[in-house]
Design a protein around this ligand. Structure first.
Ligand SMILES: Cc1cc2nc3c(=O)[nH]c(=O)nc-3n(C[C@H](O)[C@H](O)[C@H](O)COP(=O)(O)O)c2cc1C
Length: 632
């Protein structure tokens, strides 16, 4: 008899949900026809089928391995290939059953975070398809979520499944934790499996005592073998079927499947956060309820002696949360982990991370997160663009700002009232720049500019001409007109054509232009003065640049107006904005080379003083990149 303790070894170590126990108790009376011939089983099959859409065929089975082997075995046999991820349950945790039972060969593909890639899949299918010495690609099996707890986004699934279908493969989804993926994506189980043909819908890991459902989707209906007989030959036909049926009927009633999965995922997120806070590296994004961490072996052993959990491939340990994990379970476990780790570190000071290192690791983790694509996560949010909110303006300028840089800039966020640059009804003092392509500048070859480009930090003190300044602004952020949908086109690329950068230019020596701080208006190809130059402004810029003003002729500073990109890409905007800044600066380098000028990218500047000097609010607009320019 166990003592009621809970741990994080696996979600199939968790108890049965009380509602499922009640359902079992309710089913446990009188006699019922066996092998699924009873009315309760028909009702439960229909209830599960309703979640997957009309025409889907549901067959209950006993366990996860059985579910996979039975589902795949309906479409693959001797001489066939089952293509899947190298870490798939099929490969690492089913004792060779898929091959032993179906006769088909598993073809595992290498993955980094458990996810198959459509390009890689197409390549392997292409290699196998017409080579009779290799098995015929028959089934592509996708684990959703993956065995590493990561979740395929809708677009990733689309790409994979259409690749598989285009090559005539049947797509199987190992959905032992499909409920967790659906909860993470905020969709139903059918959507979480994309356009798959046969889907395992797990119950055992999400509150059932036992039992899984295999769902044959309508799209494969015309190609089904005798799925009833095959379930029997695969040893998955329960004689007392009413007990699986009763559980599933309760599981899908009122969304118990979702409630349980959400609870497990929430617990996973809290555990992940706590583990990271202790400075412990977590190997994969925690999209669902699995945390794969790296801890010293003796720490793992000490902890395991109190609460069981598994070691995982690659020197990792795996902690899984369940529908019944409580906040207290997590905090108790984290306290124990922290104490065990502290004790270990005392005896191994050379390996002990100090508080600064812990903070550094956490901070590095966040920075690395910013570098990565979070497109899948983004799909969980509705953007302001999708909501139909108006497109923010191309430039963060309000006529009232001209000549008053000491005034804070009004935010140009959702509620901001900035004007589109094309609608300058209050006539700011636009200083029109010479037409860049009429200047005749920039004829030096691309090859020569590329070959000679380098960062140049020494300038000869000679001024720039207004034509040259015009050319540089055009090359780095100039407009190429508006698209039909009123998005702006520029000389440089920008994610979603959002162009979130504004150019502030501090001119110190430009012939025919009063020295001062200006904002570039791309559509008008003009400047608007923010404030005239002064020794104080000079000193402020030099200080904000950590003394890298280098007596330049003009200083370019690009500010980000994040909402312009957030409007379309919500949480993915940060990475896109910074990538965009790189394009602007590279274009400036090229243009400088073409004109016999020099520049140097500046990432090292002091944020708050720079924003203050530019007269931007530091919230809805802030500096991201700078580049002094001069004649060399
Ligand atoms: C994002 C970024 C930030 C940079 N920040 C600075 C900086 O703050 N100060 C500086 O002197 N150079 C800076 N540089 C210039 C690099 O030092 C330079 O590109 C690098 O040494 C390679 O030399 P090259 O540009 O001549 O090929 C930066 C470059 C980039 C791309």
């Amino acid at each position: 008899m166990n003592d009621g303790q809970r741990w994080f070894a696996s979600d199939n170590n968790a108890a049965t949900h009380p509602r499922i126990m009640d359902a079992l108790a309710r089913a446990n009376k009188g006699h019922a026809v066996g092998y699924g011939g009873d009315p309760d089983t028909s009702r439960a099959e229909n209830a599960v089928a309703a979640l997957f859409g009309e025409g889907s065929l549901v067959r209950f089975v006993l366990n996860g391995t059985g579910s996979n082997v039975y589902a795949i075995g309906c479409f693959a046999g001797q001489g066939d290939a089952i293509i899947c991820a190298d870490c798939a349950h099929l490969v690492v945790d089913e004792t060779g059953a898929p091959t032993a039972v179906t006769g088909a060969q598993l073809v595992p593909l290498r993955t980094i975070d458990g996810k198959l890639d459509a390009g890689q899949l197409a390549q392997v299918i292409g290699e196998y398809k017409d080579d009779m010495h290799k098995p015929r690609p028959a089934v592509v099996s996708i684990s959703q979520p993956t065995e590493l707890g990561t979740v395929y986004s809708a677009s990733e699934l689309d790409a994979l499944i259409s690749t598989a279908h285009n090559h005539g493969c049947v797509v199987h989804v190992d959905g032992a934790r499909l409920a967790n993926a659906a909860a993470a994506l905020g969709v139903g189980p059918a959507e979480a499996a994309g356009a798959a043909d046969v889907i395992g819908f797990g119950g055992t890991k999400n509150g059932l005592m036992f039992g899984e459902a295999v769902v044959f989707m309508p799209r494969i209906a015309g190609h089904l073998p005798d799925t009833a007989r095959l379930r029997k030959t695969r040893l998955q036909l329960a004689s007392k079927m009413r007990y699986i049926a009763a559980q599933f009927e309760e599981y899908v009633r009122d969304g118990l499947w979702l409630e349980n999965a959400r609870a497990a995922n929430r617990a996973g997120a809290i555990l992940n956060e706590g583990v990271r806070r202790l400075g412990i590296p977590v190997a994969y994004p925690v999209d669902t309820n699995g945390v794969f961490a790296r801890i010293p072996v003796p720490v793992a052993e000490t902890l395991r002696s109190k609460r069981f959990f598994y070691d995982w491939e690659g020197g990792l340990v795996r902690w899984m949360t369940s529908w019944d994990s409580t906040d207290e379970d997590i905090q108790t476990f984290l306290a124990d982990l922290s104490a065990t780790l502290t004790e270990y570190n005392k005896n191994h000071p050379e390996q002990a991370p100090g508080p600064e290192e812990v903070r550094l690791r956490e901070s590095l983790g966040n920075s690395r997160k910013l570098m990565k694509s979070n497109w899948a996560e983004m799909e969980r949010y509705t953007s302001d663009q999708s909501r139909g909110l108006p497109m923010p303006p191309f430039v963060n300028f309000q006529p009232s700002q001209a000549g008053q840089s000491e005034q804070p800039v009004q935010p140009t966020g959702r509620q901001g009232e900035a004007l589109a640059s094309a609608d300058m009804s209050q006539e700011p003092n636009l200083i029109e720049l010479p037409e860049p392509l009429a200047t005749g500048l920039g004829s030096k070859s691309f090859a020569a500019c590329t070959a000679e480009r380098k960062s140049r930090r020494k300038f000869n003190g000679e001024p720039l001409s207004l034509e040259e300044l015009s050319f540089l602004l055009w090359a780095s952020q100039g407009s190429r007109g508006l698209r039909k949908d009123s998005f702006i086109r520029r000389t440089v690329p920008s994610g979603g054509s959002r162009h979130p950068l504004d150019t502030h230019i501090y001119t110190r020596r430009v012939i025919g232009l009063q020295p001062g701080l200006y904002r570039f208006m791309p559509v008008e190809h003009a400047l608007v003065m923010s404030v005239p130059a002064s020794p104080a402004l000079d000193a402020a810029f030099d200080a904000a640049l950590f003394e890298q003003l280098w007596d330049c002729a003009a200083l370019f500073v690009w500010t980000a107006v994040p909402y312009r990109t957030e409007w379309r890409y919500t949480i993915s905007a940060a990475k896109i904005v910074l990538l965009d800044a790189g394009h602007a600066c590279q274009a400036l380098y090229g243009a400088c080379e073409a004109l016999g000028l020099g520049t140097c990218a500046i990432g090292a500047y002091d944020q708050a003083p720079m924003d203050k000097t530019l007269g931007v609010d530091g919230q809805d607009e802030f500096a991201v990149y700078a580049a002094p320019v001069g004649r060399v």
